[in-house]
Design a protein around this ligand. Sequence first.
Ligand code: UDP
Length: 342
Amino acid sequence: MAETFLVTGGAGFVGSHCVLALLARGHRVIVLDDLSTGHAAAVPEAAVLVRGRADDPEALRRVFALGPIDGVLHFAALSLVGDSMREPYRYMAENARVGLALIEAAVAHGVTRFVLSSTAALFGNPRRIPIDEDEPIDPGSPYGESKAWLERALLWAERIHGLKSASLRYFNAAGADPEGRLGEDHRPETHLIPLVLDAVAGRRPPLTVFGDDYDTPDGTCIRDYIHVADLATAHLLALEAIRERSVRYNLGNGQGHSVREVIAAAERVTGRKVPHVIGPRRPGDPPALVASSDRIRRELGWTPRFPDLDTIIAHAWAWRQANPDGYGSRASAAASGPGMAR
Ligand code: UDP
């Protein structure tokens, strides 16, 4: 049955791919995004775009005036580990304030289902790899801390207001829509795979590898890269599951790749060398983060379609080649409007 979902941060990387997946299932989607980092051009035409912050009462009033909302998916957040080490109080305050305001508005308007974009950064120094949901939460950065707080806030929202929620801890979201409609365009870009691909294309200086003296087999950090389309599928499954009960899942492929392995994969995919230099460690980076996603596989039947790193990079490369400026001027032109709906 078609439902209506509010997606904050729906103009961002993971949010926009989830909007696409919701629309493909025949749902109605309202995107609430202040376009501070997202792109209006990343919001599919079939969605309604409301420009505003998710803690702005006026923006929330406009959203909820559009009609009953069956569920909220909350992507909008400050999301960079490194920045959060430099500006810890801004990160923690903003992510908490925005999340709490949105949860409050959701329960006030009778919303019963809420999906939170959470993060592998909940686990700063995991005891066991791969990391399952029994791993104690011990964030490695103020960014991770802010998401841990929101996961806790959702426990209270359920106890007090009966709001059911899913906290989905993404490991490293990467790739692009396999059909090439959407991709990854952060400004500034800080994520490994887009930086590697831009270095290959000569659009940026050589990649700096952040440390090669970690206690890992090749000395560089290990991460679990997950295709953004597989993340989107997990959101659809979670929205169904939380009709019954709240859930928390770690989302990755269960396979770690070092920075050097990502470089090697990009060289295979593009057929070109990745210019790179070795630099110092980036504060807040844990040496290795790999997910166990056994729980969501077992409980919801989630099966990633694109677990292979080369495929993830190939999709990112295809989008980047077709859109060398990312969302380019389309983004800024569309973003300059007053913000309400099309
Ligand atoms: N990384 C790097 N050089 C860069 C950007 C990232 O070596 O210019 C490394 C980073 O230290 C981490 C991995 O690549 O080990 C993934 O970083 P990213 O910022 O993409 O995601 P994060 O793991 O911080 O969410």
